[in-house]
Every structure is written in C-alpha cells, then in structure tokens.
Design a protein around this ligand. Structure first.
Ligand code: HEC
Ligand code: HEC
Length: 196
C-alpha cells in the first residue's frame, strides 16, 4: 500500500513537471484542477453523494457557476470561499479542463419510481434538459447520472428560493411539487439515477 502511494505521488510530481515543461497553459489548468479533486473527484468524477460531478459540463456553465459563486449570486459557503481565490482567467482554465473530461455517472442505487419520473421529466423538464439531461450545451449541469443526494438538495434550494434557477424552470418545478409533492420529486431523482 505504502509503495503504491509513494509511486502515485512520484507519478503525480512527474506529470506536473512534465506538462510544465511542455505546454505551460495546459499544465496550470491541470494543476488548478487538483484543488478541486478533493471534493469533486479526480478529473471531476465525484465519488461522494453530496458533491456534484463536474466532468464534462460545458465551459460556459462552469465559468458562469464560478462567477456566480464568487459574487455570491449563487449561495454556497464552500464554493464562494473557493471561488474568491481565483480570477476569471483561472475559471476559464478550469472550465476548459473539466469540460474536456467525460461525463461521469455515479454508481448509486435506483429507486422504484423511475418510470413515473421519466414521464414527469418528459412533460416538464425535457424542453430545457434535453436528451434526458445529458447534454452539456444545455448550460444547466447534468441530471442524468448525477448524484441524487446532490440533486435533491439543489432542488430543495431552488424550491425555497435560495438558488435562483430562473422563472421558467421554477414554474415547472413548482407545478410538479404542488401536484405531486416530495413523491414526484423523488420519482424524478429515481429516473435520473437510472440513466447512465
Ligand atoms: C471543499 C469541497 C470543494 C472543493 C475543494 C471544490 N468544490 Fe466545487 N462544489 C462543492 C460543493 C459542496 C458544491 C455544491 C454547491 C451548492 O450548489 O451548494 C460545488 C459545486 C460546484 C459547481 C457547480 C456544479 C453544478 O452542478 O452546478 C462547480 C462548477 C464547481 N463546484 C467547481 C469547482 C472547481 C472548479 C473547484 C476547484 C477550484 C471546486 N469546485 C472545488 C465543493 C467543493
Ligand atoms: C425553461 C428551462 C428549464 C426547465 C423547463 C427546467 N429547467 Fe432545470 N435548469 C434550467 C437552467 C437554465 C438551469 C441552471 C440554473 C442555474 O444554475 O443558474 C437548471 C438547473 C437545474 C438543476 C441544477 C443542476 C445542477 O447541476 O446544479 C436541476 C437539478 C434541475 N434544473 C432540474 C429540473 C427539473 C427536475 C425540471 C422539471 C421539473 C427542470 N429542471 C426544468 C432550465 C430549466
């Protein structure tokens, strides 16, 4: 165990030195991403249920999110503190790095209401979150395969007004919530967990 760890560190240092010697811009993007790996996983593929995977999100969405965290427009104690340490150039570098990674599907169990969730999604969410919420260019993060505990608290924040997701989305989300309550929110989450 000890040996593999030592080897890992040696490889890591080696790769920083190597990329540093080759293309300076790329190296700093990758180096910047190491700060994020502790929470969002290596290359943005999160291993923890409360942390969103950010691999494969669009450049625009990552940059916008970081700017909104920094300004406080999007409320998050952790991310606001982190974003304050960087400028817009850094956000672009990070965004380029993470948007170039493959989208990651969380390894999580799927509840029993995925079928109902599929219909709710089609009727209320598909218009903006196209192709089951897999498309990076939708500029809204991923729904398919994202950790559902993260999606759950994100939706709770949206419903109670602490994360502004736009009038049009809130109209649909409120409609689902008013008609079907938490059960229908759970059905949507079951559906997203069922997608790879
Ligand atoms: C200490 C843990 C931690 C670190 C380190 C961290 N993040 Fe985050 N990040 C979070 C949490 C928690 C959220 C969810 C925030 C929320 O919406 O409340 C988040 C959300 C995000 C989002 C929005 C994802 C979405 O689906 O909307 C982006 C983009 C992001 N982080 C990028 C980064 C980048 C880039 C770095 C490295 C500079 C980074 N984060 C470092 C914890 C962390
Ligand atoms: C009119 C377009 C639109 C509709 C309809 C819509 N959304 Fe969204 N959604 C967005 C946009 C834009 C964002 C990004 C908001 C932001 O973070 O500023 C978003 C963000 C989200 C997020 C946060 C993703 C993340 O990574 O943090 C979730 C979860 C979500 N939507 C779920 C839903 C669900 C469930 C429905 C259907 C009930 C729905 N949306 C309907 C446009 C829409």
């Amino acid at each position: 165990m000890k040996n593999t760890q030592t080897l890992g560190v040696a490889l890591l240092i080696g790769s920083i030195a190597f990329s540093g010697a080759s293309i300076a811009g790329e190296a700093s993007a990758e180096a910047l991403s190491y700060t994020c790996a502790g929470c969002h996983g290596t290359n943005g593929a999160s291993g923890g249920p409360a942390m969103p995977s950010i691999a494969g999100m669009s450049l625009a969405y990552i940059v916008e999110s970081m700017k909104d965290f920094k300004s406080g427009e999007r409320v998050s104690t952790i991310m606001t503190r982190i974003a304050k340490g960087y400028d817009e150039d850094d956000f672009t570098k990070m965004g380029k790095f993470f948007s170039a990674q493959n989208r990651h599907s969380a390894n999580q169990s799927v509840g029993s209401m995925a079928k109902k969730g599929a219909k709710l999604h089609k009727d209320n969410c598909e218009k903006c979150h196209t192709e089951q919420g897999t498309v990076a260019e939708d500029d809204s993060g991923f729904l398919a395969g994202q950790w559902t505990p993260y999606l759950r608290y994100t939706l709770v924040d949206a419903l109670d007004g602490s994360h502004d997701m736009g009038k049009k989305m809130m109209k649909k989300l409120n409609k689902v919530h008013e008609k079907g309550g938490d059960q229908d929110i759970q059905a949507l989450l079951d559906y997203y967990a069922s997608l790879k």
